[in-house]
Write a protein of this length. Sequence first.
Lengths: 214, 341
Amino acid sequence: MDFNSLAADFENSLISMNKNKARSIFKTIEKFEDRIFFIENSVVPALRKIGECWESGETSLAQVYMSGKICEEIIGDFSHEAGMRPAAKPKIGIATLEDHHCLGKRIVSSVVRSAGYHLTDFGHGISALELSKAASEDKTEILLVSVLMLHSALKISELKKFLAASGAKTRIIAGGAPFIFDDSLWKNVGADASGRGAFDAVRLIKEQSERTDA
Amino acid sequence: MTSMQRVLTALSHKEADRVPLFLLLSLYGARELQMSVKNYFSSHENIIRAQIAMLKKYGADCIYGFTYAAIEIEALGGEVIYVEEGPPNSGEPVIKKNSDIERLEFPKVRETPCLLKALKAIEALKAFAGGETPIIGVVMSPFSAPVMQMGFEKYIELIYENRPLFDILMKKNSDFCVEWANAQLEAGASAICYFDPVSSPTIIDRGLFLETGFRVAKGAISKIKGAAAAHLASGRILPIIDDVAASGAAVIGASSLEDMKLVKEKCRGKISVLGNLNGIQMCGWDARRAETEVRKIIDSAACGGGLIISDNHGEIPWQVSEDVLLAISQAVREWGRYPQN
């Protein structure tokens, strides 16, 4: 089986948002181990590449969203059929802080789930206090915080204080438009890391997880 | 030169006495009057008082008739969420499922209290400004409004997966958009800012834009009885500048993510450029940095006219200091004089 050619076809099907073609390519892989190999070495890298191309202006957010959704569906069905369970560690949570626009959260969730992680969705329009309580009770180790508006990004500093006051050692990864327009904003609001796009999420989870374990 | 003369000269791709400056101050009026954002937008009298005070204080070349984007959702009976020190946001979508699109009914603009409030503010501001200072009215584009009406995810799926229903929504939104824009022009607005972030290549690819947002913009702008500026609210514009010009817009808002020199080269003689000070970074600037950033834009794009300096998003954040706004205004006066050497 020519994985390189399959991977290229799969990536093209994502960019053209052809869900049926992506699904049929995945189904041509028969063995369980080969499918796992394909997910790790073709699907996740394809999502990362589409995300990186968004940052450079070569793909659109709609393509990033739809490709993530397609992959999440394909891998979700495969995992369900194979009786697989997503990785329980690290304990990851995600929320859209204050804002009611959830596209960023949805895209990051798709990418993270496609990479085999379980994550708890704390919802949207949630305040810093509510989110800190939910994350503390859930013993969240890594909290992905998505925002659209500047004032919501600034609320991360409150979230950080509330988490610290509750004794939680949750690490915060911030993302969303304000962080793209100001590279230093995530540090100013007290986040532990920030990504420029959903494709950064998996790498940052690994990095922050290592720091949590250390 | 009056501000109006300065702006009109710039828009005709000629050099005025200096580069015009648009400080797009909307919720910042609440800060000016030292009141909550919710209280501020509760009365057209607050808007009038703040806009006049800010025009005198900062000396920009426009009055901004914009209240908040979610006013169009409020008009539909939807929820508006007020926050401290930030713009009012739309709450839960009014279109919860695709079948709601066919039942969606817009109210008449002149029978809708929240829109009448904005129109009263424009009328009074026009009476104050006469013909000396342009007043900018604002509409959400029919193509971008569904992000607030139904949520971003469902809307992207609608565009890709249900074009007939998408067309129905565009027809309804376009009719409202044109009525709302023309009501603002009749009230005294000099031009309409057509906010259309979804059309940006940041959000959708150009091919899809030509099938959708471009077609919608061309239809709506042709029926708006005044000049229109397309603003993609921080989104990239370079790949679609020619298309936006072909849609009938006289001005395009530039993103701070793009090189203003390249933007200007592509716009020259076809469409004027508005931008592109980084509104997020502006919150941390001091006066010196503000001056540097203004000079960068002037050096890149002032030559030959066709430039209005502004922020890149279409709204100055609450967190920007007054000193920075004053420094921007001063820098435009000092470094934006024509002829440029």
